[in-house]
Design a protein around this ligand. Structure first.
Ligand code: BQF
Length: 295
């Protein structure tokens, strides 16, 4: 089999066009959705993510408040900025770009964000609501994966889904979302990780394999059932002298070999990544709507 490629960039662009219309309608009512963005330090990958998110906001008419702080910023000063954004009516969503420098307690900062502005969905209140099936801001990357599957016409109901990776940002919430009692979820979920005895024995049974391990070539063709759907959440930078940046992005999946056995596959770049940013825009627009009692 030769897999069809799921065009995440195209699906993301379709959703962004829908959101742009929603934002235009909000603006006609005097409402401009706003995102407060905080980057601490100058990690090149983090700078590129924050820049991409702010550009995406501008393209659909979301106001963004850009805050780039030095790596030495104290936890106290960061918490003060979060608190200022919590009480700023122009800000509907607060994005603290992760990872934070080691001297700052990440959990403490996430806990300081007002849950009504928690557009990344990392606050324990959001996580708790999500796990118990209440309305909540969904974390952007798992939500991106669900939307990609949905918009590509892939049913998860009754499907055997194997997730490789158990992070708090991707694997763990994705497992919860896919096992939810809902026609758009209802999957049978297995989560594999670094202590799993035989990852291939699990992935080989799967109708849908989702790689979120953070390591290139974690998934190879011999680990995939013929005709399976394969989603690559990995974003890894590898040196490439032919690029002017000096690097290129690759996923966690050996695309070359896996695309010969899968029926559908996401590429990197241009797969889950652009959808992740789109879900951040979605949550920010939803937050602006709720702040103004619009459903
Ligand atoms: C693409 C992220 C690891 C750790 C922290 C588009 C993004 C990436 C790729 C992007 C990511 C990864 C983000 C592509 C945001 C996804 O075209 O393939 C967009 O900006 N991402 C992040 O904010 O923090 C991370 C990965």
């Amino acid at each position: 089999m030769s897999a069809k490629i799921i065009n995440g960039k195209q699906i993301a662009s379709d959703i962004r066009a829908e959101l742009k219309t929603t934002v235009e309608n909000l603006k006609a009512k005097g409402i401009t959705p706003g995102l407060g963005v905080i980057l601490v330090g100058a990690d090149p990958a983090s700078i590129s993510y924050v820049t991409a998110k702010e550009k995406a906001c501008a393209e659909i008419g979301i106001y963004s408040d850009d805050n780039r702080l030095p790596a030495e910023t104290s936890e106290k000063d960061l918490l003060a900025l979060v608190n200022k954004m919590n009480s700023d009516p122009k800000i509907n969503g607060i994005l603290v770009q992760l990872p934070l420098p080691k001297h700052i307690d990440e959990q403490k900062v996430l806990l300081a964000i007002d849950p009504v502005k928690d557009v990344d969905g990392f606050h324990p209140v959001s996580v708790g609501k999500m796990v118990t099936g209440q309305k909540a801001f969904l974390p952007c990357t798992p939500h991106a994966v669900l939307q990609l599957l949905h918009r590509s016409g892939i049913k998860t109901e009754g499907a055997e889904v194997v997730i490789v990776g158990r992070s708090n940002i991707v694997g763990k919430p994705l497992a919860v979302m896919l096992m939810q009692k809902s026609p758009t979820a209802n999957a049978t979920v297995t989560v594999c990780h670094t202590r799993t005895k035989d990852i291939a024995s699990h992935t080989k049974r799967a109708d849908i394999v989702i790689a979120a391990a953070g390591k290139p070539n974690t998934i190879t063709a011999d680990m995939i059932k013929e005709g399976a759907v394969v989603i690559d959440v990995g974003i890894n930078r590898v040196d490439d002298a032919t690029k002017k940046s000096g690097y290129r992005l690759i996923g966690d999946i050996d695309f070359e070999s896996v695309s010969k056995v899968a029926s559908l596959i996401t590429p990197v770049p241009g797969g889950v990544g652009p959808m992740t940013i789109t879900m951040l825009l979605y949550n920010t627009v939803e937050s602006a709507k709720s702040a103004n009692n619009i459903i």
